[in-house]
Design a protein around this ligand. Structure first.
Ligand SMILES: Nc1ncnc2c1ncn2[C@@H]1O[C@H](COP(=O)(O)OP(=O)(O)OP(=O)(O)O)[C@@H](O)[C@H]1O
Ligand SMILES: [Mg+2]
Length: 268
């Protein structure tokens, strides 16, 4: 395997991006019945940055998001948003969990409207926003279907609409496009990118798809096997929108894949 060419990398988080609300995770630890999932994890994501997290299956990515969102309690550590320490990001971030978690007795549209209903004072007209996103995500005509009446990929898209309907600056997405066919996936990648570029949201996205990470993210964070550590953070300088055929994307892909392969070899 070729050595990892770090000279290709540029420093992460240049000073000019350090404005607005920064997400800061400091010394975060979580274990299950004595087994450490991650220990003293640090991560900083500047305002408006799209950060992709890639790591081996079972390394602790979903647990990390669950701890950030307060779904699971942390053992120790600190989370801060905009310089203010918070217990978790429950009231700050929109979260799409790995399982779609749609309510089975509500239609897709009613499911997607839940954030607008729950969040009193949400400025935007929920139904219009949901209808717009349904159209953009290829779900028009399926508004009144129940979750069990549509495919897994359609449920995943409806869950993504529900997450994006939360009017929140920070968005956490756990493998949001994993159940989709290649073409739908590529269309939705563009939509995710548009939403980030249009609305300037800070996005943390877990994915197993290296190309997806490189097409969408400003920073790609590579994680180790359990207990999960940050192995590398790669700042992707290529202008957006990007194409898989861009030579630069190809070079980044080699770097990320070689780092992941190295980690899997070490872990075996
Ligand atoms: N509630 C729980 N109780 C005990 N162990 C758990 C619990 N949830 C997760 N784990 C363990 O924590 C580890 C990390 O799981 P997690 O789901 O965070 O991995 P992941 O990186 O998201 O994997 P994948 O890429 O397959 O989704 C695994 O070993 C898993 O078995
Ligand atoms: Mg997971």
């Amino acid at each position: 395997m070729r050595p990892f060419d770090k000279s290709f990398l540029t420093p992460t988080c240049p000073a000019q991006r350090e404005v607005g609300n920064i997400l800061k995770v400091t010394q975060l630890s979580k274990s299950f019945t004595g087994l450490s999932v991650f220990k003293n994890l640090n991560l900083e994501v500047p305002n408006g940055v799209f950060c992709a997290l890639i790591g081996p299956s079972g390394c602790g990515k979903s647990t990390f998001f669950d701890v950030l969102m307060g779904v699971l309690p942390m053992d120790s550590g600190e989370i801060s948003w905009g310089g203010r320490s918070v217990n978790d990001l429950k009231h700050i971030a929109a979260y799409m969990q790995q399982k779609d978690l749609l309510l089975p007795w509500f239609s897709l549209e009613e499911n997607a409207l839940l954030p607008a209903k729950i969040l009193k004072g949400q400025k935007k007209d929920g139904r219009k926003a949901v209808r717009d996103l349904f159209a953009r995500f290829g779900l028009s005509g399926f508004e009144n279907y129940l979750p069990h009446q549509v495919s897994g990929g359609m449920r995943q898209r409806a869950a993504l609409v529900r997450t994006l309907t939360f009017d929140r600056e920070l968005v956490l997405l756990d493998e949001p496009l994993s159940a989709l066919d290649a073409l739908t996936r590529s269309i939705l990648q563009e939509e995710l990118l548009n939403l980030q570029l249009e609305f300037g949201k800070t996005v943390l996205m877990i994915t197993h798809d290296v190309e997806e990470a490189l097409l969408l993210a400003d920073d790609v964070v590579i994680l180790s096997s359990s207990p999960m550590r940050l192995l590398e953070r790669i700042h992707i300088t290529s202008a957006k929108p990007r194409r898989p055929s861009d030579p630069e994307i190809g070079r980044y892909k080699e770097i990320v894949l070689s780092e992941l392969k190295r980690e899997l070899t070490v872990a075996q």
